[in-house]
Design a protein around this ligand. Structure first.
Ligand code: GLN
Length: 228
């Protein structure tokens, strides 16, 4: 059984837990999800999600609780992290805001709330590098059910950051309006959007099961197919 951790000091925790469970299930893997509010749990986790929320609050609580250094050790050990929205801001090396205590897991600088007031919240169809692979049935949709669609990822942005500067060995996986919104560096994947808010768990699959094909159809995909 895989031990998964979702940073739960603040932010949307349940949705990440559910997405991790879907991604694991579609690969025939068992997973136990732990909510992380205190130190001592991260060292037992095989993979970690850092949700959205308020980056200034999250980074302060992570430091105060002694969780920040455990997350750095987790990445140093080569274990995967998916950091989304405020999680990405906290995982960055520069949030251009003194109130954010960055973990420096990704060599990127970010601009908070970069997509402006008018577009506080929006959904965009994103082409994401890497989602076409690891599918098992070769159709590129990540569900392993062979129905042949290569859907863009339905990316939900909520007061989202943009990634400004990318250095080191950071790979840009997706851009929106010419700005990077998904990146990968070593075992860390960061997204400006919220992959946990749609039934599509391909981003969680990419972050946590990169080399493991989905062999069991995801529930949502199955329903779409049968018209249930
Ligand atoms: N705007 C928030 C911040 O800067 C992030 C928003 C989110 O996680 N949905 O912390």
């Amino acid at each position: 059984t895989l031990e998964a951790g979702v940073v739960a000091v603040q932010g949307d925790v349940e949705e990440h837990a559910a997405a991790i469970e879907r991604a694991a299930r579609s690969r025939g893997r068992e997973v136990t999800v732990h909510e992380i509010r205190e130190s001592g749990i991260v060292p037992d986790c095989d993979l970690l999600a850092m949700p959205g929320g308020e980056s200034t609050t999250i980074s302060r609580l992570l430091r105060e609780e002694g969780i920040a250094s455990e997350i750095r050790d987790h990445v140093e050990a080569g274990k995967p992290v998916l950091a989304t929205c405020a999680g990405l801001i906290v995982a960055s090396s520069d949030a251009r805001d003194d109130r954010v205590d960055e973990l420096g897991l990704l060599d990127v600088s970010v601009e908070r709330n970069a997509f402006g007031r008018q577009k506080d919240s929006f959904e965009a169809p994103l082409e994401v590098t890497g989602l076409e692979g690891g599918d098992g049935d070769g159709d590129g949709d990540g569900d392993g059910n062979g129905n042949g669609d290569e859907r863009p990822f339905p990316a939900v942005f909520i007061r989202a950051p943009a990634i400004d500067d990318v250095t080191g060995d950071v790979t840009v996986l997706a851009t929106w309006e010419d700005r990077p919104v998904a990146v990968k560096q070593g075992p860390v994947v960061g997204t400006a959007f919220h992959p946990e808010l749609t039934p599509d768990s391909r981003i969680h699959g990419l972050a946590f099961f990169e080399n493991e094909a989905a062999t069991v159809p995801e529930e949502g995909a199955l329903e779409a197919e049968t018209g249930a």
